[in-house]
Design a protein around this ligand. Structure first.
Ligand SMILES: [Mg+2]
Length: 237
């Protein structure tokens, strides 16, 4: 069983974390980003794709690059790219049940905007489980992985990093969380490990099952295991 007794705050990314990457929603979003750049800048699709990647790498998000280099209105960009068809995303009753059972408050921390976050959380049927939703406007558009945004969240909710867990599919967003003392959970199908990742899991539900059903099979072994041998017996003292 994963020991979560030191935690009182559970911070979740939204997209590709609280629903699966296999829903294709991020592909829809990336397509719309490309279409936005194509239309607004009057460039070919290939150029738009290159700009999207370059700004994402250089500025942390595509939007930050468009704002910095082209003076794009963030609100206009956000409402365009988040005009998504949610039909491929299903609510999960078991995830809801386990989220509700977590012994602490639940927070959303997303690089998307509030309209998308509220719409998606309502679609997933879990909006009422979250005490607060931090979108990109709540952190002054200094989105993850900018350390200022993590400080802003912790300060606003009055939380200590060491008592927080953070769930994320974008691994680079977990490094600042780790630096602030949080327990980090990487939601991914990848097999690589990072020294700032405490747990790795294919989805949030699997991790939560490991908490409530005494299964530690999703741990990537970056913190001391409770049981060091296959039979689960502790070594003699
Ligand atoms: Mg995400």
């Amino acid at each position: 069983m994963k020991n979560i007794s030191h935690l009182d705050t559970f911070i979740f990314d939204l997209d590709n974390t609280l629903y699966g990457a296999d829903t294709g929603l991020m592909d829809q979003m990336h397509d719309r980003m490309g279409m936005y750049i194509t239309r607004m800048m009057g460039v070919e699709a290939a150029v738009a794709s290159e700009m999207r990647h370059r700004y994402w790498k250089q500025y942390g998000t595509t939007m930050a690059g468009l704002v910095a280099e082209h003076g794009v209105d963030p609100d206009h960009f956000m409402s365009y790219v988040h005009d998504l068809d949610l039909a491929g995303v299903d609510a999960c009753a078991r995830t809801r049940q386990y989220l509700e059972a977590l012994p602490g408050r639940r927070i959303i921390f997303t690089n998307a905007d509030n309209r998308h976050a509220e719409r998606m959380l309502a679609h997933l049927g879990i909006r009422d489980l979250f005490e607060d939703v931090f979108d990109v406007t709540r952190v002054g558009f200094k989105s993850k992985p900018a350390i200022e945004s993590y400080h802003q969240v912790l300060k606003t909710i009055g939380a200590e990093g060491s008592k927080c867990a953070m769930f994320e599919d974008s691994v680079e967003n977990l490094r600042p969380a780790y630096d602030l003392g949080m327990t980090t959970i990487w939601v991914t199908d990848a097999q690589d490990t990072h020294d700032f990742v405490h747990h790795r899991t294919p989805n949030v539900l699997t991790w939560l099952e490991g908490v409530f059903e005494h299964d530690n099979s999703t741990s990537c072994g970056n913190e001391p295991r409770e049981n060091e041998n296959p039979q689960g017996r502790r070594h003699p003292a």
